[in-house]
Design a protein around this ligand. Structure first.
Ligand code: ABU
Length: 790
């Protein structure tokens, strides 16, 4: 069409490594094609169609040079060169392209050599130089108080030049570089590793490509330079999630040693990397009218159907290639008018013309736009100004732990805010637990609390407090302690404390709760084995699970933890089920246990799931801490709030009782309560319901007291005070068994009629027993032995 004829084609040359064992980075090519499509859609270069011709460098310098010569030699003329990826390829290419007065922009080459404006005057890059890793790395050293460092690098400019700069920064920051060593790309790094081992330095600043890096880690494993004693800080740009794993079939072979992927996974654990981010995490619209998030979605769809989808790889470079391609288009677009003033056009471009080069170079140097990898602008040496992220390998995943902002030279640690909330939250829980503890101690002589075993309650609250204390320990970054001998000791101590606190707290709390239920179960169901009764005064037994903080066998250790806790909970549930029908509500925690175990099961299985699946430490900590706090607080309130209410209820009942001391005989008391309920019912909107509710609640209170009374009688029997009444040895077991029978029957009574008949039949016997008992009680004991308490 006439429109098509009006559009002029302009072409750039590009190079990508889209084949090779470690460098099948077809995403670089696909991201450039995606960018060109969108540049066309947005009519950026109005009147022009921007085309791209490209070649495969295979990340090899020789092949890269051939690609460049082919691009230059074959028509049409290429206005700029986009590429390459690997620094050893980009360096010679950029030295050559300058001879043709061609501007070259690399999307990811990071060699510091490329900052040399004398050698590379027309070179730019969309990804920052490897030197930008240095300051963030020193921030890591500072944070963990690491003062002695070893350096190991592959002998390519990309890393040896960085090593020199590291030495300079170390001098300025009083960090000691104890040893600096290097190895050739294809060489077994045995000697270099031996040198580091000899230096006894355990912090290693590394620079290598993925393949030589794997050899280094394998050799280090065999030489005993293993994490967590040895810490590696290296490049983070490696494509793919598991760069440390062997790419070929079988084990990795390095000289006379081999490493399987389990060893490589182990060696990579804790590896620190410093590198620019994959994409920018802001939500502003970028140069292509998409937010980074929208861009990722759009690109993910595009790469699935692109012509070169089979070369997919190097996904983490895509954003940089995309932004570099936009930088080319924007520069060409912004140059049109300036060229016009010189009577030049884009379509009229010729190699060797300095006018074009001057305009292009100055326009690119001026560029400032928001790319999908963040705000993009260049330094005077054509380097990218931007952000560096600090990542750490945890459970085989790369976790962002901090961001380093170039302009402000500041590090924002990811944990600085998220970990802090755990301490005040658990502090608040501890205060509430102490309030309940005080309540429990203050009312320990009150029947409603006494019957719930105050000493056991104290154990439950202590368990709760231990669980709360474990939360700040979970959030404590033990790496802060450093890796000195003391630091390592403290590290291992923190590891143990955080596990043991939670485990002991959990075991203590639930064992105590279940001990109470077990006691109730024995009292009410096992009449013949009364000798097994556990005394209330602190003599209960808690069976602790024997677990140790073993890191070598986490699966076994975790199974032990889950198994022992699970068995404890199941046992508690079984007890709760067996005691569910015991109508002694004050002492019977079966419903509470059911609810507490349910909430703990739900919360802890969610927390365990999070522990296994979420790898981001701050999110992981926040979620786990939240679930610990929720289940601890929930269980505490389920157990203790009813007791607080009970105290209030009893206070009400007692005040009614005080008004008629003479009516303290149980039978009359029931009648009076019924009468009281009936008289109240006349003013209630739903008399029957209120009457029944009142009756139930008051009878329950009475029953509770009755249970307590039985306990007191048992105590006195066991203390042999009964022997002062009678010296006849046969009487003791008989009385004991009668009382047990009596206790079981009375606490099974659920209705007023049952109570009435029970008291009518037995009141005489009880009161005669009371009378004999009173004869050996102290005044205070005598006071509490009446029903109800005055
Ligand atoms: N960002 C590193 C890419 C590889 C290289 O510079 O050679």
């Amino acid at each position: 069409s006439s429109d098509d004829q009006a559009i002029k084609n302009i072409t750039i040359g590009a190079s990508f490594p889209i084949s090779g064992a470690d460098t099948t980075w077809g995403d670089c090519l696909m991201a450039a094609r995606f960018a060109l499509d969108q540049i066309k859609d947005q009519n950026l270069l109005s009147g022009y169609r921007l085309n791209m011709e490209w070649g495969n460098t295979k990340c090899d310098a020789g092949t890269g040079m051939k690609v460049l010569f082919d691009l230059i030699h074959n028509p049409p003329q290429k206005l700029m060169i986009l590429g390459s990826a690997c620094s050893p390829v980009t360096e010679p290419m950029a030295q050559t392209s300058r001879e043709f007065k061609l501007l070259q922009i690399s999307y990811i080459s990071a060699s510091p050599a490329l900052n040399n404006r004398e050698t590379y005057p027309y070179f730019f890059r969309a990804r920052a130089s490897e030197s930008k890793r240095i300051l963030p790395s020193f921030e890591i050293f500072k944070r963990f108080n690491w003062t002695k460092i070893a350096i190991i690098t592959e002998t390519i400019n990309l890393y040896t030049l960085v090593a020199n700069e590291v030495v300079k920064v170390a001098n300025e920051t009083k960090t000691e570089i104890v040893t600096s060593t290097s190895f050739d790309t294809e060489e077994d790094p045995q000697k270099a590793i031996a040198k580091i081992k000899e230096s006894q330095v355990r912090i290693i600043y590394a620079g290598f490509y993925p393949k030589p890096g794997r050899r280094v880690l394998c050799r280090a494993y065999h030489e005993g330079l293993r994490p967590p004693q040895y810490v590696w800080i290296g490049p983070g740009w490696f494509p793919g999630p598991y760069w440390w794993r062997n790419r070929e079939d079988g084990d990795l072979i390095v000289g006379n040693i081999t490493c399987n992927n389990t060893v490589m996974d182990f060696m990579a654990e804790g590896y620190f990397s410093t590198d620019p981010p994959l994409t920018w995490d802001g939500n502003k619209t970028t140069v292509s009218n998409m937010t980074s998030e929208e861009w990722i979605k759009a690109y993910n769809t595009y790469r699935k159907y692109d012509l070169y989808a089979k070369y997919a790889g190097g996904y983490n470079f895509a954003g940089y290639v995309y932004d570099a391609t936009w930088a080319v288009a924007l520069t060409l677009n912004n140059s049109i008018q300036r060229l016009a003033k010189k009577k030049l056009t884009l379509e009229g471009f010729t190699y060797g013309n300095v006018d074009y080069l001057e305009v292009f170079t100055s326009e690119m140097a001026k560029l400032q736009f928001l790319g999908v990898t963040g705000p993009l602008s260049f330094t005077k040496t054509g380097d990218r100004i931007g952000i560096t992220v600090i990542r750490r390998v945890q459970n085989h995943s790369h976790i962002v732990i901090a961001k380093y902002i170039d302009q402000s030279a500041k590090v924002i640690w990811d944990d600085s805010i998220n970990y802090i909330w755990g301490t005040p939250a658990s502090g608040f829980g501890i205060v509430l637990a102490i309030i309940l503890l005080r309540f429990n101690v203050s009312y320990r002589e009150d029947r409603a609390i006494k019957i719930t075993s105050p000493n056991i309650n104290i154990a439950i609250i202590c368990g709760v407090i231990l669980c709360y204390i474990s939360v700040p320990f979970l959030g404590l970054d033990s790496n802060i302690l450093g890796i000195s001998t003391y630091g390592m000791y403290a590290h291992s101590l923190v590891c143990r404390i955080r596990i043991w606190l939670l485990l002991l707290g959990f075991m203590m709390g639930f064992s105590a709760l279940f001990t109470k239920t077990w006691r109730l179960y024995v009292i009410f169901t096992n009449k013949t084995s009364r000798k097994q009764k556990t005394e209330e005064n602190g003599d209960f037994k808690i069976v602790y699970s024997i677990t140790t903080c073993v890191t070598k066998h986490p699966a076994i250790w975790q199974s032990l933890m889950l198994g022992s806790n699970g068995i404890l909970l199941l046992y508690g549930l079984a007890l709760a089920w067996k005691t569910r029908n015991i109508a002694c509500d004050v002492a019977n925690d079966s419903k509470t246990i059911g609810l507490a175990v349910y909430s703990v099961c739900v919360f802890s299985s969610t927390a365990a799931l999070i522990g296994f699946t979420v790898t981001q430490p701050a999110v992981r900590f926040s979620m786990i801490a939240l679930f610990i706090l929720l289940s601890t607080t929930g269980s505490m309130y389920l157990i203790f709030l009813p007791k607080v209410w009970m105290i209030k209820d009893l206070a009400r009942v007692n005040s009614t009782q005080r008004s008629n001391e003479a009516d303290s005989e149980p039978g009359k008391l029931i009648e009076r309560h019924l009468h009281h309920s009936a008289s109240r019912s006349s003013i209630m909107p739903d008399p029957k319901v209120y009457k029944l509710q009142d009756e139930i609640s008051e009878l329950k209170s009475l029953l509770a007291m009755k249970c307590q009374r039985i306990e007191e009688l048992e105590e006195s029997l066991l203390k042999s005070k009964i022997s002062t009444i009678t010296n006849n040895e046969d009487t003791i077991p008989r009385l004991h068994s009668e009382l047990v029978e009596d206790a079981s029957n009375s606490c099974r009574c659920k209705s007023a009629n049952c109570w009435k008949s029970y008291f009518n039949q037995d009141s005489q016997e009880i009161s005669s027993y009371n009378n004999s008992y009173l004869s050996v009680q102290s005044p205070q004991q005598r006071r509490v032995s009446f029903l109800p308490k005055d």
